[in-house]
Design a protein around this ligand. Structure first.
Ligand code: GLA
Ligand code: ZN
Length: 648
């Protein structure tokens, strides 16, 4: 897979007379590729059946003359008005059964047969038209699946689809009743046709049912995506490169991104460290975790097909990245494995919902600071293309499981709980030591890592238990946190088992009682690295073989452990029974990193170092995420400076 750099370009947003000058400017900027087409259905099919690709033929022709390559997007994120007016049943319905209106984007139901048929037609025509066009180096299907709340639908098609999904999953309605525990509140169903969708009700729907509904939505979205991939593959052949741009907020969406990522030839991401209304960007660790998550989807380097350059927002405008800050984020992205980057967008639109999604060039059409930053970045990273394609090896893996994430969404258990925040708190504690981290689906093979971290992994089944025991036995370090292994795959509790269920042997502990702590409510624990606040939840742990390194500082529970370590085979198992202060987690992470002899670097707060290797040579990517100057390894870093250096 090659490495290339470019911009997201919407030639349909500008007078045609501007195109030649725009392309010359792109060449001057260092652009090698543009992404086009992803929202332009009406241009391609003005009226039903009248396919016309002449506009994009003209665009591609001009691009080709300049030597600029193309990523072409299928336009299905924005169905045309004629289609929605003819078949309003294509529209998604929200949980109050109200249809989403035409006007925004992504308002279609993934299960609607009519929409699937029109999708098949436009994607087929498009692919057939361009199948011999070698200027197109890759295809993007749709745009940001599930984003902006488009990951759920309660229409009649989805209702019958859900019932069919359940009847295929459960051998009989009795089986479903038993699994879900529908005897509770007299919810027993006599047939699959009685099962409702989880619409608004009084209190809450059954947790097992809700989890199955999320799985059904996930399957619906992934099946719809697969349909497009299959059409493109069939027409364009094995050599075609197919991707889709994954949006931020991936842990909040109702589809398994791992399944989506794995069906693509390359994983792509839209990297926006700040967006509309945020006073400041998300943390450097958060951006890093996002990048590591995308790299983990296929366990290989990836593309960024939208990298923020200007402030972004629909009605509220976001924070203005400081000089060199957005450029620094692009360096951070390549450090973490983005081997190709396209900046969003070439120029700010002067109309439409995204007038305030500012581009490299603003509406004044002048080359300013952002233009210079992109140009400098392109010219520098192009020297390192081979390095950017080198494999990243990590010894620490963070494991997630969408069933578990959804189970937490269904039952938050504390108002202070947020899955991503819990994951990020732990991730940050390793990130601060500048180690490589892979973020992986728990089903992936983790046996070759030195450390695996499983944040708030409520659902642990026999198969995972066996893999973890084997991993620890052979010398691996496992880190669990609170609420580990309390649920089975059906989202039910275990009868007659002590928490962490099935893992008391591995962890050497028993959880006797739990307490949910709400927003702003803390307990305290004392131990090895000083006192820590305990937030979100806390577990009163009895030792059964493990060593307590933290105990609660508390009138009633001061004999109960909060953090423990157990020796298991040749390995070690950490258990952290609450959400702790990051400084304390950093110390625990450091202890593990040193114990396992993992490559790491000590840097001033906000200065990130990421090592990469190519042909026996070592390189460091250095990013200053702060607005202050720093000196590191004898190199002076200006505010938001970034460097790629070879280490002798
Ligand atoms: C997203 C989309 C783009 C555009 C940008 C604006 O990530 O994919 O179409 O909406 O954000 O920031
Ligand atoms: Zn639907």
């Amino acid at each position: 897979m090659k490495s290339f750099f470019g911009v997201d370009y919407y030639p349909e947003h500008w007078p045609i007379e501007m195109m030649d000058a725009d392309l010359d400017r792109m060449i001057d900027m260092g652009v090698e590729v543009v992404r086009i087409g992803e929202f332009a259905w009406h241009i391609m099919e003005r009226e039903e059946g009248q396919y016309d690709f002449s506009f994009f033929d003209m665009v591609i022709d001009k691009l080709k003359k300049k030597g600029i390559k193309v990523i072409f997007g299928t336009p299905t994120a924005t169905p045309p008005a004629w289609l929605i007016n003819k078949y309003p049943e294509i529209l998604q319905r929200d949980e109050n059964l109200m249809p989403r209106s035409f006007g925004g984007r992504r308002m279609y139901c993934y299960n609607n047969e009519i929409y699937k048929e029109y999708t098949r037609k436009i994607v087929t025509k498009l692919a057939e038209h361009y199948k011999n066009e070698d200027t197109i180096i890759a295809w993007q299907i749709d745009n940001e699946f599930g984003h902006e709340g488009s990951d759920v639908c309660f229409c009649d098609t989805c209702k019958s689809g859900f019932r069919k999904f359940l009847s295929e999953k459960y051998s009989s309605i009795d089986m479903l009743n038993k699994t879900w525990g529908t005897v509770f509140w007299s919810q027993t169903y006599n047939s699959f046709d009685e099962v409702p969708l989880p619409l608004k009700t009084i209190t809450h729907h059954n947790p097992s049912m809700q989890l199955d509904f999320k799985r059904f939505m996930s399957k619906s979205i992934n099946d719809y995506a697969k349909m497009q991939v299959d059409i493109l593959r069939e027409i364009l052949g094995e050599s075609a490169v197919i991707t889709t741009n994954i949006a931020g907020g991936y842990f909040d969406k109702n589809f398994d991104h791992n399944k989506m990522g794995k069906m693509m030839d390359v994983a792509s991401y839209d990297n926006y460290p700040v967006w509309g209304g945020l006073k400041e960007p998300i943390t450097p660790a958060n951006i890093a975790m996002d990048l590591d998550f995308i790299r983990g989807l296929k366990r290989q380097n990836f593309w960024i097909v939208e990298e923020l350059m200007g402030a972004q927002g629909h009605t509220i405008i976001g924070y203005l990245p400081r000089p060199n800050q957005a450029k620094m984020w692009a360096y951070q992205a390549v450090a973490h494995g983005a081997q190709s980057i396209l900046f969003f967008r070439y120029r700010t639109a002067t109309f439409g919902t995204e007038e305030f999604c500012l581009g490299i060039i603003d509406q004044d059409n002048r080359e300013g600071r952002k233009y210079r930053e992109v140009k400098e970045f392109f010219s520098d990273v192009k020297k390192h293309k081979e390095l950017l394609q080198s494999e990243i090896k990590s010894e620490v893996a963070f494991l997630y499981d969408y069933d578990n994430i959804w189970a937490w969404k269904i039952q938050q258990q504390s108002t202070a709980f947020n899955f991503k925040e819990e994951m990020l708190n732990l991730y940050t504690s390793f990130y601060k030591h500048n180690v490589h981290i892979d973020v992986l689906d728990v089903k992936d093979d983790f046996s070759s890592y030195k450390v695996v971290v499983l944040p708030v992994m409520m659902i642990v089944d026999e198969e995972l238990k066996a893999r973890l025991e084997d991993f620890a036995k052979k010398g691996g370090t496992v880190l669990f946190t609170y609420r580990t292994a309390i649920k089975d795959r059906n989202n039910n509790l275990y009868l007659g088992k002590v928490m962490p269920c099935n893992l008391t042997h591995l962890t050497g502990i028993e959880v006797e009682e739990i307490e949910s702590l709400q927003e702003g409510q803390f307990a305290f624990a004392d131990g090895k690295f000083g006192t820590t606040k305990c937030k979100v939840m806390r577990e009163m742990i009895n030792i059964n073989g493990a060593e307590a390194i933290y105990k609660y500082n508390d009138k009633f529970y001061n004999e109960k452990a909060c953090v423990t370590i157990n020796e298991f085979g040749q390995g070690k198992v950490y258990y952290i029974g609450s959400s702790l202060d990051n400084e304390i987690l950093c110390e625990i992470a450091k202890e593990i990193i040193i114990d396992k002899d993992i490559e790491h670097y000590t840097t001033p707060m906000g200065v990130e170092v990421y090592s990469r290797y190519l042909n026996d040579k070592k390189y460091l990517f250095i990013m200053n995420h702060t607005d202050e100057e720093h000196d590191i390894f004898g190199i002076k870093l200006m505010p938001y400076d970034s460097k790629i250096i070879e280490v002798k």
